[in-house]
Ligand binder design. Sequence first.
Ligand SMILES: Nc1ncnc2c1ncn2[C@@H]1O[C@H](COP(=O)(O)OP(=O)(O)OP(=O)(O)O)[C@@H](O)[C@H]1O
Ligand SMILES: [Mg+2]
Length: 294
Amino acid sequence: MSVILQVSSLVKRFGALTAVNDVSFSIRQGSCFGLLGPNGAGKTTTIEMMEGIKTPDSGTILYRGEALGQQFRNEAGIMFQTTALQEFITVREIMVQFSRFYPDTYGIDELAERYALGEFLNQDTRKLSGGQKQRLLLAMALINKPKIMFLDEPTTGLDPQSRRNLWKQVQQVKEEGATILLTTHYMEEAYELCDEIAIMDHGRIIAHDAPDALLAAHFDDVVLQIQAADIPREIGEREFQAIYHNDSAHIVTGDVNETIEHLLRFDIPLDHLRIRARNLEDLFLELTGKELRG
Ligand SMILES: Nc1ncnc2c1ncn2[C@@H]1O[C@H](COP(=O)(O)OP(=O)(O)OP(=O)(O)O)[C@@H](O)[C@H]1O
Ligand SMILES: [Mg+2]
């Protein structure tokens, strides 16, 4: 697959703070690229430079091999992390207004049907719930039939059902050939949607690869979860370096057979034993040392 967007040695400073510090990566056409990282890592600043909204202090951004220009503006769809919708106008009016910026757009009714906005079309934008507003913003980002989409935390604040619906919509847009750049704090979302992820911290990319490749490179162990009531804390911590969390004891091991034999020597009941593979949440924690959203 060819590269559609390439970022090289991007730097952005705000006074003494270097918010984006020498960031480079490229996005393959038709793929979904995820930018992850704790609050303040520099994701939005990076994405806004790529959108052409913020000017980098140094570094280059190439879209289809050229500097960002009119073609990019026509082909890019943007969903900001926060958007103030114009008030005192209806959903339909705002969509019509927005579509006037572009030469080639979807019809409003077509989009409204696809994103289940039909019943809100004539409602004032102030009366939308958080999730309805999010759906409207996604529909607006799609109005110009974008070839590349920027989605900055598209599912923050959505209920689980709406989040999964938005995943489906993103997947559909991708199947239709669009390239997607996404930021998220939901590791499950990144795993589900992204072909590649880059983890940022303090303005730098600290890891970048396909999700499974990153997991394979960082972990060769699994987590055994046992009911805390089944394994006395004193034994768990001393013998297994278990970490107790809520009602579970978590034991990380690279040798499951050996650990289970060890548990049996202490007569630990294993009826409620669960084994889970390491996931992106573990990786995030290990690399950034920060709890999600912390
Ligand atoms: N306009 C600005 N002026 C000064 N500092 C800014 C500005 N915009 C961002 N920053 C700072 O730059 C850093 C990176 O911010 P950015 O919004 O890119 O983070 P983020 O990774 O998107 O975080 P979040 O997950 O909270 O959205 C933060 O320390 C932030 O305070
Ligand atoms: Mg942000």
